[in-house]
Design a binder for this molecule. Sequence first.
Ligand SMILES: [Zn+2]
Ligand SMILES: [Zn+2]
Length: 267
Amino acid sequence: MVVQEVSRRPAPGHGEQGSTDHLACAGFCRDCGREHRLLPGEAVGYCLRLMARLEQEGRIDFARPRSEAEPRFSTAPLFGPERGKMFGVLVCRRPDGSRVVLRAFSGQYGGAWEVEGWVGPLFPVSRFEEASRATGRRIKALGRRIDALPAGSVASRLLKRRRRRLSRVLMRELHGLYCLVNFRGHCRGLDRVFLEPGIPTGAGDCCAPKLLNHAARHNLVPLGLAEFFWGRENRSATRQHGRFYPPCASKCRPLLGFLLCGLEETP
Ligand SMILES: [Zn+2]
Ligand SMILES: [Zn+2]
């Protein structure tokens, strides 16, 4: 995957017009037969402010006073073995013309899907966790039975096949809970939106899908989106602390055409 980046320094307003084009949030839309895109615009500046805040506070639960901060929402783990994370900002216009700045983190933070002041995931959290728990328990129980059997035995092979089937069932069940809404007001499941065969784990959990879905559901018009990485560089060294990146190619791009659809026609 080609990673394009800009250095952290050039603030918005500096450099040439359109110098953040390579960070565009874009994807092919099957309904329209073409690509839709959204440029970073003012979101870059708001990302820089968010970086300053993360640096200053060392936590993400800003909505609470420091005395009530939860240890699991500290940014310290991002610099340890767990490594860093992507953060995203979406600048939007409300129906009354005023601005609102949404922010999101990719995946879960400290084991939580929902943190006050941050945009949530694309599925109902309680149902998602219930499904993962119930089927997860059955998968683990099968694992214990497999461990107790001689490796390579017929019984072990059969149980392994059963475990694989169960994992696929769980995956489908979890994907079925995602509901994506776009700016035409269309609402579709992950399996109907994703452009490629085989939906990768974590698809729909990155910043861009969370932010765009939230905006579409709340009648907000996106004006700019930007994402940056915060913390220790990832294992493959494709993400560096404090740098900007476009939404990822593997999990996000196949969703973005649908999610951005209808945006160009909004006044
Ligand atoms: Zn992504
Ligand atoms: Zn479209």
